[in-house]
Design a protein around this ligand. Structure first.
Ligand code: BEZ
Length: 211
């Protein structure tokens, strides 16, 4: 069965490059991003893991832990990490789950047989501090992910949680936001002291509240 936004992220225990991981316990009180790689020693994945490592401080700032999974074992991952560090000019700074038995890939529906019977697609799960799946993204193996976009989605989700705003098309941190329909104009006047513009009764824009 496929996973849905709003569902609790399935728990598992699996080996990783940083020792055994009980997923929910490992997440603890933070947010998490779980992302899959089709296979070790593949070129696009090598660049993705390098990029994610370089951006770790940005994920830390948002209280988000990263964890990758690839359907090879930890011994293979450890050899691959040498290549990632050499070629991408970085140090790996988050765990990669060993998943030779495809436990995690199966639990998270990361294998799409129409794309490939054995390799995973590039899945991303953004999971909040209540272990709830808040966003899911799927790319084909041939397309490397944009980790800036993953950070942008996290910013949007965390802003919705803290300030009851949604974010419009192509929004970036600092841009105007959308007041969610559940808030009345009266409530909006006190909640958004910087004011808001009503383009339509259902389309109200306000400066980003936490800037
Ligand atoms: C890659 O990571 O480079 C890759 C993996 C599987 C298929 C195509 C590309």
């Amino acid at each position: 069965m496929g996973l849905h936004i709003g569902q609790i992220a399935p728990d598992f225990t699996q080996e990783s490059t940083e020792g055994p991981i009980k997923f929910h316990e490992w997440i603890g009180q933070t947010w998490a991003v779980l992302f899959s790689h089709p296979k070790d020693f593949t070129p696009v994945c090598t660049t993705e893991l390098g990029m994610a490592s370089k951006l770790k401080a940005q994920f830390d700032k948002r209280n988000v832990k990263m964890i990758a999974v690839s359907v090879d074992d930890v011994a293979s991952h450890n050899k691959w990490i040498g290549d990632i560090e050499d070629t991408q000019d970085t140090k790996m700074n988050f765990p990669i789950l060993g998943d030779a038995d495809k436990k995690v890939a199966t639990l998270y529906d990361m294998i799409h047989p129409e794309a490939n019977d054995t390799l995973t697609v590039r899945s991303v799960f953004i999971i909040d501090n209540n272990k709830k799946i808040r966003a899911m993204v799927t790319y084909p193996a041939s397309t490397g992910r944009d980790f800036g976009e993953i950070l942008r989605v996290i910013d949007s989700l965390q802003l919705t949680d803290s300030h009851k705003v949604a974010t419009p098309a192509n929004w970036k941190d600092g841009d105007d936001c959308v007041i969610v329909p559940a808030i009345t104009d009266e409530e909006a006047k006190t909640k958004f002291p910087k004011g808001f513009k009503s383009l339509r009764p259902y389309l109200r824009m306000t400066p980003q509240p936490n800037k």
